[in-house]
Design a protein around this ligand. Structure first.
Ligand SMILES: C[S@@+](CC[C@H](N)C(=O)[O-])C[C@H]1O[C@@H](n2cnc3c(N)ncnc32)[C@H](O)[C@@H]1O
Length: 372
């Protein structure tokens, strides 16, 4: 098992390196229109944006910024396979000019464009990002009527190109079963409200991540597991620090990544080799959480009826019986900005979970934790 990860330090408004109908899943977060940290980049795309911002013509600036993003969305329609999903992380913006405070609804504008391109809109996910900043409340404080509710969420917009994906051959069906997620993961992941509070955020320099508008690794990690299978190709047209690529490496998928700012290539190269260890940790965390779920379920409700054929532990449904995990073994930069990841071949717990084996304390049949 091997996956390839390519970075193109180019403008994704033209992704001619990517063939038509070749991408299985898109995960991305564009620069956010009308959020100040991205003004300069948008102004570089089109001089009309700069003049509209300077003149305080914010509605014109908003529309002109989206027209630049629209070009990337059109490219997505070209490169995505039928049945492929696109997941777009975006936040709305607020801005005041000449005493007029206004919301700029980026998510609504993007949904309209995707629909006009021919994508089908799926129910979206609200990502709750609570802030404790002392200045989070905007407007007239404790005096009515000029205060504004705080934006403490972003969106993950979901779109599908064409009809639901099919897995016609026996091999494809089996790969889909290998790529299954746990029943209890389904219950959390397919909720329309996500909150990553308390989720581990390792990999990469945190300071750099916040300056670059990076999303946490857990976000593409979940989406990849939800909407693709092993060996698929994931595209991120605004890859920044390369979080989507890392999640693809961790989950046995290939990736193509576009980014305008070439300076991101160095921190990625410097961190990817050590990140491999962190990536394995994501699989371990899934196993640990599953075992915890099994233990609680067994003590509350009784035994689970199905057994996973690779790990030997109980699972809730038949669909999880062939669930497999690929653990990254090594990563190599085979050409500049082109990485290859190899995985442990042996799926036995002995190779994949030495730590788990060492502390094998759960007796599944009885549900008794014998750690004592
Ligand atoms: C919100 S950030 C993405 C962060 C990324 N998800 C991560 O985890 O690091 C948007 C990125 O898009 C890049 N960008 C903006 N316009 C672009 C374009 N036309 N082509 C390629 N990259 C672009 C910016 O340089 C920025 O790094």
């Amino acid at each position: 098992m091997r996956t390839d990860h390519r970075f193109y330090y180019e403008d994704s408004r033209d992704m001619s390196e990517i063939k038509n109908a070749s991408v299985d899943l898109v995960i991305t977060s564009p620069p956010y229109p009308m959020i100040e940290m991205w003004d300069k980049q948008f102004a570089g795309f089109n001089s009309e944006i700069e003049s509209a911002l300077q003149n305080g013509d914010y509605n014109r600036a908003f529309e002109a910024m989206h027209c630049e993003l629209d070009r990337v969305w059109s490219e997505l329609f070209r490169v995505m396979k039928d049945g492929a999903m696109a997941c777009i992380n975006i936040g709305d913006a607020t801005r005041t000019f000449n005493k007029r405070f206004q919301l700029f609804s980026n998510h609504a504008r993007i949904q309209r464009k995707f629909a006009s391109l021919g994508f089908d809109t799926m129910p979206l996910i609200t990502w709750r990002k609570q802030t404790n900043a002392p200045n989070k409340f905007m407007g007239s404080g404790m005096l009515p009527v000029g205060a504004y509710v705080t934006l403490e969420h972003e969106y993950i917009l979901l779109f599908r190109k064409g009809l639901k994906r099919e897995f016609p051959t026996a091999e494809e069906k089996l790969n889909r079963r290998h790529s299954a997620y746990f029943w209890e993961e389904r219950n959390t992941w397919f909720s329309d409200l996500w909150d990553f509070k308390g989720t581990r955020q390792a990999v990469n320099n945190l300071n750099m991540r916040s300056r670059s508008g990076a999303f946490p690794l857990v976000l593409p990690f979940r989406l990849i597991n939800m909407y693709s299978v092993y060996g698929d190709t994931i595209l991120d047209p605004f890859s920044g620090t390369g979080t989507t690529a890392l999640a693809a490496m961790a989950t046995g998928r290939n990736s193509d990544n576009y980014e305008l700012d070439e300076s991101f290539s160095i921190p990625f190269r410097n961190s990817v080799f050590t990140a491999i260890r962190e990536m394995r940790e994501h699989n371990r965390e899934r196993i640990r959480k599953h075992l915890e779920f099994v233990k609680n379920y067994q003590s509350d409700k009784g035994s689970l009826k199905h057994k996973n054929s690779y790990f030997g532990f109980p699972v809730m449904t038949r669909q999880e019986e062939d669930l497999k995990l690929f653990y990254p073994k090594s990563v190599r930069e085979v050409e500049k900005d082109n990485y290859q990841v190899k995985y442990f071949e042996d799926q036995s717990l002995k190779t994949l979970e030495p730590e788990y084996l060492a502390q094998q304390r759960l007796r599944f049949a009885t549900g008794i934790d014998s750690a004592d």
